[in-house]
Design a protein around this ligand. Structure first.
Ligand code: PLP
Length: 620
């Protein structure tokens, strides 16, 4: 499962074969024990475990990495990060970052009016930045300006040229001097899945001509000192450090150009993009990154400094808007495995062919009995042909349902035997490449992919998935995962691997005790982008802090959304639903189908479900 490669030290496997969270040296607890306590309290799964201490640790790690690079290079200014709250607006996330970031004057970034309203209410260091990105109307701008009157270091970033006039108008009307940032479209691009966020065709930002027009316009208004920040962003999850350096150099050259044009910028904002190594491969693969947080900080500081020295301009305060890298590690989605199905299960005990069996069944038995390392390819192709014939004969009424069942079981047995023969082969024929996946079990997990891991569905994002315990026991099954939505897309069929992407995940045979899988590194973007497919609602969450001595404390348990809330979000009202059921039950009583006691019970059950969790609930 590669735990040491992707965990960054925040998780580890104990001697007892359990995954433990380890937010700081000396603090550790097995995730299984936390889940067991939640279940013992009578709460239902799935659940997201959130570890605020991991968030604090990430904030510290990033700030100290920049602090170290700044000291090492003798950089004359400092670093001040901002957290873009769109990455995860959860209260525990934003408050943990604001608290851990206070001493570093780590700020926030809002991309909408609602996000700004939320950010303004946070307690922040007076120097901490509150960057306002995204397209803006007058209301957004006014709120940002009021923020300055509250003593907050609010910077309004111009994303398109026309926003400048709006800002100037509102600032005059309110009598507040604005602090303005300007987003520049770098020609440099990121690498990986968000490459389109950068480059000339990017959705946000001004080109060089518009940038100079901003300077001229502010000069005319005698407000050039209001222009305090140059902002750039080349996309999230930048996998290749060389792309970072190229972009930062271009950004710093632009900064120097603005200084030469008379601007007195204080901040150079290099945007987000600091990656997360989801598969632990440390490569430029889209789910990885070929650099560390420390290397990122060092390269940003060095590149800014080198360019500033060459252009003889003051070294600016370096700002980054890292979101993914601060939040991904803190959350683990716990998936209970509720059932297992698969082509190599259940059908094993079918009786052998007898004199009444169709000839095709006898042929398939022959194939199975005679497969060898020399003829497996031919046997496989014969079996595929026989299965096709079996189905044709069944459609025409020449093969019984019993023979069809026996034939399909034989086919699976042949595949299994072939898979065994090729497992150590270097060369696998094309037609057999998918065999592992075809033969894999389907582990049915109590969750909705669309609610909890939307990026896996939408953009094939990979997340490490690991059983919470039994890790000192060799897994005996190969599996894919399916969720409980009625959507065949609700499945996970790609898993992390150091060299490739794997089609199956090795798992244990679930025993008498519940079997839980943890989905790691899912704390960025996932639970805010999730959708209510099939009316599966927000998952319950537990906020857990660790105590010395291997102990932990569940500070807060927030129950997931109830069925009623999901139904109401679609425009229905609860009394209307209850009345409809009652009317139908009354009619059923009149027709003699239902008794009065049964009606009472029915209405009670209906009401209970409305108040229940939307996921499967089993008695423990
Ligand atoms: N800043 C801006 C302008 C963004 O659009 C984004 C997201 O793409 C971020 C910051 C956060 O990026 P990341 O989560 O990769 O750090």
């Amino acid at each position: 499962y590669q735990v040491p490669n992707w965990s960054g030290g925040w998780f580890r496997v104990s001697d007892k074969g359990q995954v433990e969270v380890t937010p700081t040296p000396g603090l550790h607890a097995p995730l299984r024990a936390i889940v067991d306590e939640i279940v013992d309290r009578g709460e239902s799964l799935p659940v997201i475990l959130r570890f605020p201490q991991v968030i604090s640790g990430r904030v510290k790690h990033l700030n100290e990495a920049f602090g170290k690079a700044i000291a090492e290079y003798g950089y004359t200014s400092h670093y001040q990060g901002v957290f873009p709250i769109k990455v995860n607006q959860r209260r525990v996330v934003v408050e943990s970052i604001a608290a851990a970031g206070y001493d570093y004057a780590h700020g926030l970034e809002a991309g909408s009016k609602a996000e700004l309203a939320l950010c303004l209410a946070q307690r922040m260091h007076p120097d901490a930045l509150l960057c306002c990105n995204g397209f803006k109307d007058d209301g957004f701008i006014k709120l940002a300006l009021w923020g300055r009157t509250l003593g907050k270091n609010v910077v309004i970033t111009i994303e398109k040229y026309s926003e400048l006039d709006r800002i100037l108008k509102q600032a005059k009307a309110l009598g507040v001097r604005p602090a303005i940032g300007v987003r520049f479209k770098l020609h440099a691009r990121g690498s990986g899945q968000w490459e389109e966020s950068g480059g000339d065709q990017a959705k946000f930002g001004l080109n060089a001509y518009e940038l100079l027009r901003v300077v001229e316009r502010l000069k005319e208004e005698d407000m050039l000192d209001s222009l305090v920040m140059l902002h750039t962003h080349i996309g999230s999850q930048i996998t290749d450090i060389r792309r970072v350096k190229v972009a930062v150099r271009e950004a710093t050259q632009t900064y120097a150009g603005l200084i030469a044009a008379g601007a007195q910028l204080k901040y150079l904002n290099v945007g987000g993009g600091l990656g997360v190594d989801y598969d632990g491969s440390k490569t430029t693969f889209y789910a990885s990154m070929n650099y560390t947080v420390q290397e990122y900080a060092a390269d940003v500081v060095y590149t800014v400094q080198e360019t500033c020295k060459a252009r003889e301009v003051p070294e600016p305060v370096i700002v980054s808007e890292s979101g993914r890298a601060l939040t991904a590690h803190h959350a683990v989605l716990i998936l209970p495995v509720v059932d297992v199905t698969g082509p190599t299960r259940d059908l094993e005990d079918l009786a052998p062919a007898d004199e009444n069996s169709h000839q095709i069944i006898k042929d398939m038995e022959d194939i199975l009995a005679n497969i060898t390392a020399r003829n497996y390819r031919e046997s496989y192709n014969d079996a595929v042909g026989d299965k096709q014939t079996l189905h044709n004969l069944f459609d025409l009424g020449y093969v019984t349902l019993q023979d069809r069942a026996r034939g399909e079981a034989l086919f699976n047995a042949i595949l299994r035997k072939v898979a065994k023969l090729i497992q150590n082969e270097k060369y696998v024929p094309d037609e057999l490449e998918d065999l592992q996946k075809v033969l894999a079990d389907k582990y049915i997990c109590n969750f909705s992919l669309f609610q909890s891991l939307p990026d896996n569905w939408a953009i094939q994002a990979l997340f490490p998935i690991v059983p919470l315990d039994r890790l000192n026991e060799k897994p005996t099954r190969q599996a894919t995962l399916v969720d409980i939505t009625c959507d065949s897309d609700g499945k996970i069929e790609k898993f992390i691997d150091l060299r490739d992407v794997k089609a199956t995940l090795p798992l244990h045979e679930p025993g008498d005790k519940p079997y839980y899988l943890g989905v790691f590194l899912m704390g960025a973007y996932q639970d805010v982008l999730g959708s209510a497919h099939n009316l599966f609602g927000k998952v319950s969450e537990a906020h857990v802090t660790l105590r010395p001595g291997g102990r932990f404390h569940i500070d807060l348990f927030v129950r997931g959304q109830k069925a009623r809330r999901m139904i109401e979000s679609m425009g229905y009202e609860e009394p209307m639903l209850r009345d409809s059921i009652e009317d139908q039950a009354d009619a059923a009583i009149k027709n003699g189908i239902l008794t009065n006691e049964q009606e009472h019970e029915l209405l009670e059950d209906y009401g209970e479900e409305l108040l229940g969790y939307t996921y499967l609930e089993y008695e423990n």
